[in-house]
Ligand binder design. Structure first.
Ligand code: GRF
Length: 193
């Protein structure tokens, strides 16, 4: 990977829905002195609520429906290169990027997942955690590899699951943790960019 030598890191955030992590990243990085500049928001879903945060912050957004993944990824790679994107942050992006895409982009792609990976990969993490009466859960930021929720872990935060927790309360609790963890994880990898 090329070194950026102190230049701002142009970042794209990929979303599919609510966008609360996007909102927190914008809040964190939409500052003059920030080492990161969020240049592009990508969504596979034109109705994603999170797109409103892009609009509010006057960040370009791009909708790419992933019906034909090959074509979508090719178009996306062009878009990313045109916008000189050096870092992708997946934040609730519900599509799986192909091995080819990851290889061709050839720069870091990060993801946030609401569990203590490698436990509880995939969907419905909170429901499964409650069902299994786990004492702890948490959130993880990791590099994206071609296997779902499996790349190298950058940061993880553990929280206690109380006896009275349900899916909603746990989700709320972990989301709060996520909003702090993602910027921290980005900071951690910045020194290597
Ligand atoms: C978060 O829990 C994230 O960890 C997971 O999807 C959810 C997205 O939430 N990958 P939001 O769209 O950022 O509010």
């Amino acid at each position: 990977m090329e070194k950026l030598n102190g230049k701002k890191i142009n970042t794209a955030v990929f979303i599919s829905g609510r966008g609360s992590n996007l909102r927190s990243l914008i809040k964190h990085y939409n500052k003059k002195k920030s080492p990161i500049s969020i240049k592009l928001i990508v969504s596979n879903n034109s109705k994603a609520k999170g797109l409103i945060y892009a609009k509010k912050a006057k960040i370009k957004s791009h909708i790419e429906n992933f019906k034909k993944i090959n074509i979508a990824e090719k178009k996306l790679l062009k878009k990313l290169s045109y916008n000189k994107i050096n870092l992708i942050c997946l934040a609730g992006f519900m599509k799986i990027l192909s091995k080819k895409f990851i290889k061709k982009f050839n720069k870091p792609i990060l993801n946030i997942h609401p569990s203590l990976l490698p436990q509880y990969k995939g969907l419905n993490t909170h429901g499964r955690v409650i069902k299994n009466k786990e004492k702890y859960s948490g959130a993880t930021v990791h590099f994206v590899s071609s296997k779902l929720d499996s790349g190298k872990i950058i940061l993880q935060k553990k929280i206690k699951v109380s006896k009275y927790e349900n899916e909603q309360t746990l989700q709320k609790k972990i989301l709060k943790v996520e909003h702090k963890l993602y910027p921290k994880a980005i900071k951690k990898i910045l020194i290597n960019l």
